[in-house]
Ligand binder design. Structure first.
Ligand SMILES: Nc1nc2c(c(=O)[nH]1)N[C@H]1C(S)=C(S)[C@@H](COP(=O)(O)O)O[C@H]1N2
Ligand SMILES: [Mo]
Length: 266
């Protein structure tokens, strides 16, 4: 090594930890700025085109009800980047088996939905009867790994819309305020459970997934039905859904009870 190189150590070495953190924060901030342009584009597309183009009726009702409310609503909607199916991992990572330890008869499985004044049970065919959406996105676990994965299923927003769920009136929503504030999901044995804000639940990329890489979901990945919610970290992507509950009170959340941030959003 020459003297010149010695007297000019790499920039990284000369930065204090504080400076490095500040740099990273600035970089993240710049990326965030770019990302925040996406909802504007979405908003323009929604207002310019007929609103039934790919927009769940639940969201359309919000738009119709009040443009200001809808604008505020969509300002929180960041679409997660998507990828080509060919980019999806063939060997999908597995993590977490709380609530999956007993075997499950997927044929006999049923989804229970509860909210004040309303309760129903549905089988998998009722979920499959809804429009099917494929989603290839970067699945992120708070433990520090991510992987591009391919999932398919029904939009939770479509299920909500189809059965007039999630509203205090039990009828179709006339505005955002008609919805309960939260959605809770639990495994059939109630050992794993998550709480979500209603806006994240209604997000167009939030899926009740029954396929992974074009095949029925395997047991370790949450057969027969799991939540795929790209606006949240892995912990919220509950496998083997047994119950969905709408409520104004914040539902209990397995990892929030163990010290993680309740909303762990991306
Ligand atoms: N029922 C259940 N769902 C769960 C978990 C769990 O332990 N039990 N772990 C969560 C966590 S931390 C992650 S990262 C993802 C992992 O999903 P995968 O096993 O399909 O990769 O599932 C989430 N959903
Ligand atoms: Mo995770």
């Amino acid at each position: 090594m020459t003297n010149e190189q010695l007297s000019q150590p790499s920039e990284r070495e000369t930065l204090t930890t504080d400076q490095q953190i500040r740099r990273r924060t600035l970089k993240a901030f710049a990326l965030f700025g770019l990302a925040s342009l996406a909802p504007v584009g979405l908003w323009k597309a929604l207002t310019a085109k007929p609103l039934d183009q790919g927009v769940p009726t639940a969201l359309r009702a919000i738009l119709n009800a009040n443009e200001q409310v809808a604008k505020a609503y969509f300002s929180n909607q960041h679409l997660a980047p998507t990828y080509a199916v060919s980019e999806a991992a063939k060997q999908v990572r597995t993590n977490g088996s709380v609530g999956l330890r007993s075997s499950l008869d997927t044929e006999a499985w049923q989804l229970t939905i509860n909210q004040p004044g309303k309760s129903l049970t549905l089988d998998l065919d009722a979920i499959k009867a809804l429009p099917k959406h494929d989603l290839v996105f970067d699945f992120k676990c708070v433990e520090g790994w991510s992987q591009v994965q391919h999932w398919a299923g029904a939009r939770l927003a479509d299920l909500i819309d189809m059965h007039n769920l999630g509203t205090r009136t039990g009828k179709r929503p006339t505005g955002e305020g008609d919805y309960f504030k939260h959605v809770g999901m639990e495994t059939p044995d109630k050992a794993y459970y998550v709480g979500l804000d209603i806006a994240s639940a209604l997000h167009p990329q939030t899926l009740l997934a029954y396929e992974m890489n074009g095949e029925p979901i395997t047991a370790p990945h949450g057969a027969p039905l799991r939540l795929i919610i790209p606006v949240k970290y892995g912990v919220k992507n509950l496998k083997r859904i047994g119950t969905i509950t709408f409520a104004d009170e914040r539902p209990r959340d397995y990892w929030a009870e163990r010290g993680y941030d309740y909303y762990v959003g991306l």
